[in-house]
Design a protein around this ligand. Structure first.
Ligand SMILES: [Ca+2]
Length: 115
């Protein structure tokens, strides 16, 4: 009986921890820029902003700068939109145009077709 209680408690804790680990930035970004499932943007997941782990790519760094200017760590659609006019990866297409087309604003090899 005690073992069953322990197992279900551990399972519940595990579920809570995995919910906390869901990256909030990722959720806000997906909501702000919904993209087709087969797009670079959807496939990239964390690498939209990160190179690997916590390391940021050029777009991630511009976003970090925007967050620091607002003195917040709480990412919002407004902050995402505040760097739409920049071209973080210098491929000639603005971050906003890339995100709306489902391409990567931090990777010059990913840009809308024909641009
Ligand atoms: Ca770009």
């Amino acid at each position: 009986m005690k073992v069953r209680w322990l197992v279900s408690t551990l399972l519940a804790l595990g579920l809570m921890v995995s919910a906390l680990a869901t990256p909030k930035y990722f959720v806000v970004s997906k909501k702000t820029y919904p993209a087709a499932p087969e797009s670079d943007l959807t496939k990239a997941k964390c690498t939209v902003c990160h190179v690997k782990g916590k390391e940021l790519n050029v777009y991630g760094k511009d976003l970090q700068k925007a967050l620091q200017e607002k003195k917040t760590k709480d990412l919002t659609a407004e902050i995402l939109k505040s760097i739409e006019k920049l071209d973080s990866d210098k491929d000639g297409v603005s971050n906003g145009d890339e995100l709306k087309a489902g391409t990567l604003p931090g990777d010059p090899k990913s840009k809308p077709a024909g641009k």
